[in-house]
Design a protein around this ligand. Structure first.
Ligand SMILES: C[S@@+](CC[C@H](N)C(=O)[O-])C[C@H]1O[C@@H](n2cnc3c(N)ncnc32)[C@H](O)[C@@H]1O
Length: 196
């Protein structure tokens, strides 16, 4: 079973094989915040980050929106122990979200670099619950079989992009920007060419 422990994060987030340098994360955060605020027509107030790891989004979110409320979920014991208190990271996996009955709705839902490590059944089980959390947009960054992959390929599920497009459209999400999907309500209120 794959371990997301300190050694994993040292290797992929700090070592020579490092992925996701700070400016790269910063650009993703700026994109997601801008698109969420564009459609919501106001500043975002809260963010949920599923499979948040060491919560690399939080620093950038706070720089852009200092009053933001952030919660991360991750099944890794290391992550929860190290970042639980300082970053409000709680234990939980994508598939478990359905049973958690989270009542809050979020202006921005983040699930970055996670789904391609999960089995189909977990994605299909968790996705309806994730969709219910979205008030604005969801940033769902996922690698597909068509992409060149630099980084951790252990247990990587190389699905075709159409698989993701289909499951996301089955839960009635509409793509509005790179890796960004929105709700039927927001999509219905948008103009035709605001949706790519
Ligand atoms: C490649 S890291 C990405 C971390 C973070 N999202 C980022 O962008 O830096 C994958 C993360 O997914 C978490 N993870 C593993 N299995 C998961 C699951 N079933 N549900 C949610 N997160 C999971 C791992 O603990 C790890 O933190």
């Amino acid at each position: 079973m794959k371990k997301y422990d300190r050694t994993y994060f040292d290797r992929w987030y700090r070592g020579r094989t490092r992925i996701g340098a700070e400016p790269v994360v910063r650009r993703k955060v700026m994109l997601a915040v801008s698109v969420a605020e564009y459609f919501l027509r106001r500043a975002i107030r809260n963010v949920i980050d599923i499979g948040c790891g060491e919560a690399p989004w939080l620093t950038h979110l706070l720089q852009l929106r200092p009053k933001i409320r952030y919660v991360g979920y991750d099944p890794s014991e290391y992550v929860v122990e190290q970042f639980g208190e300082s970053c409000n990271v709680r234990p939980g996996s994508f598939g478990e979200l359905a049973e958690m009955d989270i009542r809050e709705r979020f202006d921005l839902v983040v699930c970055a670099d996670v789904l391609h490590y999960l089995h189909d059944d977990e994605i299909l089980r968790g996705l309806p619950a994730v969709v219910r959390l979205i008030r604005g947009v969801a940033f769902i960054e996922v690698l597909t079989g068509e992409d060149e992959v630099l980084g951790d390929t252990v247990a990587l599920m190389r699905r075709h992009s159409n698989w993701y497009r289909e499951v996301l459209s089955e839960v009635r999400l509409t793509q509005v920007a790179p890796y960004l999907w929105t709700t039927p309500k927001i999509a219905a209120a948008s103009a035709a060419l605001e949706r790519p």
